[in-house]
Design a protein around this ligand. Sequence first.
Ligand SMILES: [Zn+2]
Length: 235
Amino acid sequence: MDPVQASISLSSGKGRMKKGRPVMAMKDRVLALLRGHEAARIRFTVPSASVPVTINHVTFTTVANAIVAGKIGVSPFASTTRALAEYHQPAGPTAPSTGQLMVPPILGRIEEAAVMHESTHAFFDLTTSNITATEEEAVSYIVTALYHRMTGLTPTRWTGAEPFISAKAVADALLSQYQAGVSGVPAVQAGQFQTLMLAVALDPTYLIPASPGAGTPAGLFGGFLGGPVRYVHNG
Ligand SMILES: [Zn+2]
């Protein structure tokens, strides 16, 4: 939304406002993203994961349908140094009763990719997947990297560090298969996926608890070495 539209919305007094932005507009933008060109094109399987993983247009329409049905909410989110966007489980008596996709107010391509990443987490939650947390993060980073590549984001803007470096390698291999017209859903190569999982497990975001005592299920000490740990997936 540009500033002119924003001021029109503000002065019209229509719609529920939160932090100066209509909540509906944010939800509509997320739905458009989940039903958009890139979401329709992203497709891969991960044969080396501990559970069957297929990410394709069904993944994103499933999340879009859950938002429309009120099963997942879209809430405004102030990006932090740890996250541009988040997916919150329905947890605790004071939390909303549905999963919440936490979305920053301004959506450029980097934030859109972050919303696609969090929507992938939402999909695993909706389908009550038994995937491990590190695998789930790795899969979500592949979605991030595919979105960055498909929208032509300059690589120097996002490949300065892991896990993006390893995720880009996976995305590039998948895109070369899309471009070669390989039919069906291409598979992520096992060695590349292992490299990406290790990059995720070693990333400070997943290695260091967000708050004292908080878990680090995707980090090296949270599960990667000590056995599989999963995010809560209660649908
Ligand atoms: Zn994630």
